[in-house]
Ligand binder design. Structure first.
Ligand code: BF8
Length: 656
């Protein structure tokens, strides 16, 4: 095997399939990333294509420090400075990311209302307790009303958040009081979700907002409308409809595909259709049909965030993360891949032509040339789901002989929702974050890091995620994960309780062993980063660690990010008071002034700031350094130095 091939992924299953694709001259994202270097001017945020006079390029002069005169001359045709151009580009990324998450939230709210009205057979409300909680949050009357009546009003209140013109988003009230006050004082408390996104598009139009501070302020406001708005609405309503996740065993990697069953991969983000596909695949008539075609059964497997959604609630195995979608088809064993929205590569239909795989699109918002389109209709969800499964079943006999199913599949435990963490830590009688806070205060747990985000074909698949997470847990940092990052750690065996003894530092390992949890917790999909906000808020509210999220010894990271959604997530972490480190590339390096503002001044304004560090070990140490700084400010740094882990302490822990 060529050395160059190895560097595309650290996962053996992926590497094997990359080699297979190479032998068959199939082009993958890894190959295209090598063939096409990123545009250096665009990569630093110094290219403006917002009007027909451009694109204007205002790159930093190569290899020398810019004089003030030179800086003055670095302008687009309209006069826009490098600062304005980079800030415009950056906040447009936030708008794109927030729009994606929020449109997902809107689709969930629309389905929710249909279910509440009894117009969407195949769905029902599963978590009634959470419905009532949300009714309280939204000020919906409970009294003696039926759950159906309450649900209609909750759904309407959620949907109204998108088009709201005045006031502020209802979920902001969930944040610590000090944080809410700060948002109001800085003028970044979001109004309606759609309004903030539209306002970014307006302000970044030629000749509107020309002050990068003001542009970023709107970026912050819009990102908060994602994290504490659209994403949180998606998570909460999905929990009510499909159930709030609880710990569930699962398996991950392309080895979950089966040689003798119909393999149907569910890829994308919105679990609205995939939830019903899971149910439809268990119908006797469907299983019989599969058997009549010579298959032993139907094997569902997930990809990208849809995978996380159906794993958490049903234990459906994960085929893999973002950079494995093409590889799944290269196995030759996928009879159909059904997709909805986001992170779906346009190359899939091309690669599918080399095999028998059918690609099925289901959203009116996302069609792909060469795919079969079966539009998902929530009013006849079961029929839509059966139609999709039947395409896969009918295609099973067409499987060729060029089949390569890797043997790799790793066990994991998922389903650590904010509520589950609360319950597991607090024990049977009183759900609480108290034991987590206590163990942070006594130093067994040094702090908490949210490690999230994508894969990026510009760097070795999964390498940075796994290296960073291992370094963090080795240093007693409890790690919460979502998205493709969670899947990378799961593939490396970090999401089982046994990983604590093997990879975690003594302090973290002792807590994990006492509670019976892995040192790396799978919290869900990318919209479920809102669960991390809730977990951080719960830590503040439980006391002893300051009175705002920015006081906590916590940090965030996206070591292999690529999506605009990741930028929006990072920005709402920062604006919520969290120090956040990104890897791979940083999209504003074309303006040192703007970058310094986000990397330094933001801390004074929001208590959280950005950092960029492509080396995952060094990035982990930036996080650890930040955690230690917060521990010192809280006066709990000494406690950590005294920790000796004698038998009495271990017994005390076990009694928790
Ligand atoms: O929404 S982590 S590659 S799949 S964008 Fe996409 Fe990134 Fe994966 Fe989940 Ni999130």
């Amino acid at each position: 095997m060529a050395e160059e091939e190895k560097k595309k992924s650290i996962d053996p299953a992926s590497t094997m399939l990359i080699e297979k694709a190479c032998r068959s001259e199939i082009s993958l994202a890894f190959d295209r990333a090598r063939a096409m270097k990123p545009c250096p001017i665009g990569a630093m945020g110094s290219c403006c294509s917002n009007c027909g006079m451009g694109p204007c390029r205002v790159p930093l002069p190569k290899g020398k420090t810019e004089t003030p005169e030179e800086k003055k001359k670095r302008r687009g045709i309209c006069g826009a400075t490098a600062e304005t151009i980079a800030a415009r580009n950056f906040v447009r990324m936030i708008a794109g990311g927030a729009a994606a998450h929020s449109d997902h939230g809107r689709a969930t709210a629309e389905l929710f209302i249909s279910v509440a009205k009894g117009e969407a057979p195949g769905y029902k409300i599963k978590d009634e307790q959470k419905l009532l909680q949300l009714a309280l949050d939204f000020g919906v009357e409970i009294g003696s009303r039926s759950n159906q009546e309450i649900a209609i009003d909750v759904g309407k209140a959620a949907l109204a958040e998108f088009g709201k013109q005045e006031g502020e988003l209802l979920f902001l009230k969930r944040a610590p009081l000090k944080r809410q006050e700060l948002w109001r004082q800085k003028g970044v408390a979001p109004r309606g979700i759609d309004r903030e996104i539209v306002e970014i598009m307006h302000r970044t139009h030629t000749g509107v907002d020309q002050d990068y501070h003001n542009l970023l302020k709107q970026g912050v406001r819009t990102s908060l409308a994602d994290g504490w708005g659209g994403s949180m609405i998606a998570t909460e309503l999905q929990d009510i409809l499909f159930g709030t996740p609880t710990p569930v065993p699962g398996q991950i990697n392309l080895g979950v595909l089966k040689a003798d069953e119909v393999n149907l991969i569910i890829h994308g983000h919105e679990p609205l259709l995939s939830e019903v596909i899971v149910a439809a695949a268990q119908e006797p008539e469907i299983i019989e049909l599969a058997k009549s075609k010579g298959a032993k059964g139907i094997n569902l497997a997930g990809m990208c965030c849809t995978a996380n959604e159906i794993l958490m609630r049903h234990g459906v195995p994960l085929a893999g993360n973002f950079l494995q979608q093409e590889l799944a088809i290269v196995t030759g064993a996928v009879d159909a891949m059904v997709v909805d929205v986001q992170c779906i590569m346009e190359s899939l239909t091309d690669i599918a032509q080399c095999f028998h795989t059918k690609i099925i699109t289901t959203s009116a918002k996302a069609k792909i040339p060469g795919a079969i389109h079966i539009e998902f209709d929530e009013h006849r969800a079961m029929e839509s789901a059966k139609e999709v499964i039947k395409v896969a079943i009918e295609n099973f006999p067409n499987r060729g002989s060029n089949i390569t199913i890797p043997k790799e599949r790793t066990d994991l435990i998922a389903g650590f929702s904010h509520e589950t963490i609360n319950y597991l830590l607090g024990g049977l009688f009183r759900a609480s974050y108290r034991p987590l806070n206590d163990n942070i205060i006594n130093g067994r747990i040094r702090g908490v890091a949210g490690v999230v985000g994508c894969n990026n074909a510009r760097v070795t698949h999964n390498e940075a995620h796994i290296a960073m997470v291992k370094e963090l847990i080795k240093n007693d940092v409890l790690v919460l994960q979502t998205g493709c990052s969670a899947m990378a750690s799961a593939m490396a065996g970090l999401m089982v309780p046994e990983a604590a003894a093997k990879f975690a530092g003594d302090g973290l390992a002792s807590v994990c062993e006492a509670v019976g949890i892995p040192p790396v917790l799978h919290v869900g999909s990318c919209v479920d980063n809102s669960r991390i906000l809730m977990a951080a808020t719960a830590m503040v509210k439980d006391g002893g660690l300051g009175d705002d999220i920015s006081d906590l010894p916590v940090a965030g990271a996206a070591p292999e990010w690529m999506s605009e959604k990741a930028i929006s997530i990072g920005q709402y972490f920062v604006a919520s008071g969290v120090f956040t480190v990104f890897g791979v590339t940083w999209p504003t390096t074309g303006s040192e002034e703007l970058t310094n503002y986000m990397f330094k001044d933001f801390e004074m304004i929001y208590g959280g700031m950005w950092a960029f560090e492509p080396d995952p070990i060094q990035a982990a140490h930036l996080i650890i350094g930040h955690i230690d700084k917060k521990r010192q400010a809280l006066g709990i740094d000494k406690a950590r130095e005294r920790v000796l882990y004698d038998m009495a302490m271990r017994r005390e822990l076990e009694a928790v």
